[in-house]
Design a protein around this ligand. Structure first.
Ligand SMILES: Cc1cc2nc3c(=O)[nH]c(=O)nc-3n(C[C@H](O)[C@H](O)[C@H](O)COP(=O)(O)OP(=O)(O)OC[C@H]3O[C@@H](n4cnc5c(N)ncnc54)[C@H](O)[C@@H]3O)c2cc1C
Length: 457
C-alpha cells in the first residue's frame, strides 16, 4: 500500500481527518484540486460573517437616536465591504494552505476518483491505501423552477463577489444562508423580497424560535412570503420576475436580481463511488456514528454525508474518522449526537443545541419546556436588544437538559453555556445553582431553569 490513509478533499473536515490520522502515526496523503482553503474559509462561514459585521454596524448606526446619539449620512459601500472580506479571507486561506502543504502530508493537487475499493487515481497515478476518508463537501443544488436557468440568478458564491449594490433582490429560500444574506442586503439598503416554501423561515427549528427573526426582517422593511409554491421565473431584459402561489392566490414580484439560496447537495461528482462499493444514504454518502460507509475502510465526513452542513461538525467527524482510520484494530470512536449545535447569524441570532420540541415529538421523547423573553430581561433592555426568547427542554424526571434554544442577542455565544452543561449531562438545577454575574445576557437562562426545577417530579 502507498499510504495508510488517503483523505479526499482538504476542506475543514478533510484537514481535521488528515491531521488526526497523521498525529496518530499514519502515513497520510491529501488529494484536493483546489482552490485550497475549503468552503468555510473561501465561500461560507468566514466571508459571510465578515460582511454581516458591516450590515450589523449599519443597522445599529441607524438606531443612533434611540441611544442619545446622532449619526447622519449613513451609507454602505459594497465594494469596500467586499474588499475587507477579500483581505481577511486571503489571510485565513493562506494559513490553511500552509497547513495542507506541511511536509508531514503528501498533498496531491488533483481530483480523486476510485478505481477499486483500495485505489484511487489522482495526479496521473494510481494510489493505494488501507483507508480512505471522503471529505469532498457540497455543491449548490439546482432546483428545477421553470424559467430560472434561462432568466439567470446569483448564488451565495456570486453575491460574495458582488461590488455593485442591486436596488432590489428576490431571495429564494429561507434556510440559514438565505436569511443571513437577505438581511445583509436589506440592511445595506437593497429592497429584499424573501420567498419560502415552508410555513415559516428557518424551518429546521421550532416555529417559536424562527418567528422573532421573521418579525425583525419585516420591521426592517423586507417583504417575506412563506407557504409559497414557485410557478415561473422570467425576465424582461431589465428586471426579473417570480410568479408564485401564496395562500391560494397568484402573486408576482419583480427585482433587479434573484439570489437562489435553495440549498446545497453532497458533492460526490466523479468519485466513482460505485466502483469503490460505497453506498449513498438518505442525505448523502451513508455513514454510521463512526463515520464508516458501507465499505468499512472508507469513511465520509462533513457536507458530503449530508447529515449537518455545519463546519464544527465536519471537523468533529473528521477527527473521529481520522482516529478510526489510523486505529483499524481498535473499537471505533463515535460522534456524540446529543450536542448537535446550529447557529444562524441573523439579528436576532438563532442558536440551538440538542433536541427541539419537533424532535421530541417525532421521537416520542417526554420533556418539559420553559421559555423566557428578552424583552423582560434587564441586560437586554439596557442594550436595547429585546427580540426573541430562550427555551430549555429537560427530562421530566431527572431534569437533565435535553435541548437549549436561544433566539436573541449574542445567541451564538450564549449557547456555549448550554453546550458545556449538556456536555457534562447537567440538569436545570445545575444551571440554576451555578453563579451568574449580574447584569449579563447569560443570566436569562436561569429563569426557565428555575421554572423547570420547580416542575421536576
Ligand atoms: C454561504 C455559506 C455560509 C456558511 N456559514 C456557516 C457558518 O456560519 N457556520 C457553519 O458552521 N457553517 C457554515 N456553512 C457551512 C460550512 O461552510 C460547511 O458545512 C463546511 O465548510 C463543510 O466542510 P467540508 O470539509 O465538508 O467541505 P469543504 O470545505 O467544501 O471541502 C471540500 C473539499 O473537497 C475538494 N474536492 C471536491 N471534489 C474533489 C475530488 N473529486 N477529489 C478531491 N478533492 C475534491 C474541494 O476542492 C474542497 O476543498 C456555510 C456555508 C455557506 C455556503
Amino acid at each position: 500500500m502507498d499510504y495508510d490513509v488517503i483523505v479526499i478533499g482538504g476542506g475543514s473536515g478533510g484537514y481535521a481527518a488528515a491531521d488526526t490520522a497523521q498525529l496518530a502515526g499514519a502515513k497520510v496523503a491529501i488529494v484536493d484540486p483546489g482552490p485550497l482553503g475549503g468552503l468555510c474559509i473561501l465561500r461560507g462561514c468566514m466571508p459571510t460573517k465578515t460582511i454581516l459585521r458591516s450590515s450589523d454596524i449599519m443597522a445599529l448606526m441607524q438606531r443612533a437616536g434611540e441611544f442619545g446619539l446622532s449619526a447622519t449620512g449613513i451609507q454602505a459601500d459594497l465594494a469596500a465591504i467586499i474588499d475587507r472580506k477579500h483581505k481577511l479571507i486571503r489571510e485565513f486561506a493562506d494559513y490553511r494552505i500552509g497547513q495542507l502543504k506541511n511536509p508531514r502530508f503528501t498533498l496531491i493537487e488533483d481530483k480523486a476518483a476510485f478505481v477499486s475499493p483500495h485505489e484511487i487515481e489522482a495526479g496521473g497515478k494510481r494510489l493505494s491505501a488501507k483507508s480512505f476518508i471522503i471529505a469532498t463537501g457540497s455543491v449548490i443544488k439546482k432546483i428545477p423552477v421553470p424559467g430560472l436557468e434561462e432568466t439567470g440568478y446569483l448564488t451565495s458564491d456570486d453575491v460574495l463577489e458582488l461590488k455593485e449594490q442591486p436596488e432590489s433582490m428576490i431571495v429564494l429560500g429561507a434556510g440559514p444562508v438565505a436569511v443571513e444574506l437577505a438581511q445583509f442586503y436589506q440592511r445595506i439598503g437593497t429592497q429584499v423580497t424573501l420567498i419560502q416554501r415552508s410555513q415559516y423561515i428557518l424551518s429546521f427549528t421550532d416555529e417559536d424560535l424562527a418567528r422573532p427573526v421573521e418579525a425583525r426582517l419585516q420591521e426592517e422593511g423586507m417583504t417575506v412570503y412563506t407557504g409559497t409554491q414557485l410557478q415561473q421565473v422570467s425576465s424582461d431584459g431589465k428586471t426579473k420576475t417570480v410568479r408564485f402561489m401564496h395562500i391560494g392566490e397568484e402573486k408576482t414580484v419583480s427585482a433587479m436580481c434573484i439570489l437562489d439560496a435553495l440549498g446545497r447537495r453532497p458533492n460526490t461528482d466523479g468519485l466513482n463511488l460505485d466502483v469503490a462499493g460505497v453506498e449513498m444514504g438518505e442525505w448523502g454518502i451513508g455513514v454510521d456514528c463512526a463515520m464508516q460507509t458501507s465499505q468499512r475502510h472508507i469513511f465520509a465526513v462533513g457536507d458530503v454525508n449530508g447529515l449537518h452542513e455545519v463546519v464544527h461538525i465536519a471537523i468533529q467527524q473528521g477527527e473521529i474518522a481520522g482516529w478510526n482510520a489510523a486505529h483499524p484494530d481498535q473499537t471505533p470512536r463515535e460522534v456524540d449526537e446529543r450536542l448537535t449545535t446550529n447557529v444562524v447569524f441573523t439579528d436576532p441570532q438563532v442558536a440551538s443545541v440538542g433536541l427541539t420540541e419537533k424532535d421530541c415529538g417525532k421521537k416520542k421523547i417526554e420533556y418539559l419546556a420553559a421559555s423566557y423573553p428578552f424583552d423582560d430581561h434587564g441586560k437586554s433592555l439596557c442594550l436595547g436588544e429585546t427580540h426573541g426568547h430562550v427555551k430549555l427542554l429537560c427530562d421530566p424526571k431527572s431534569g437533565e437538559i435535553l435541548g437549549g434554544h436561544i433566539t436573541g442577542p449574542e445567541a451564538g455565544e450564549l449557547i456555549h453555556q448550554l453546550i458545556a452543561i449538556m456536555y457534562y449531562k447537567g440538569t436545570v438545577k445545575d444551571l440554576l445553582t451555578m453563579p451568574h454575574y449580574h447584569p449579563t445576557l447569560s443570566e436569562i437562562l436561569t429563569y426557565p431553569a428555575e421554572e423547570l426545577t420547580g416542575k421536576i417530579k
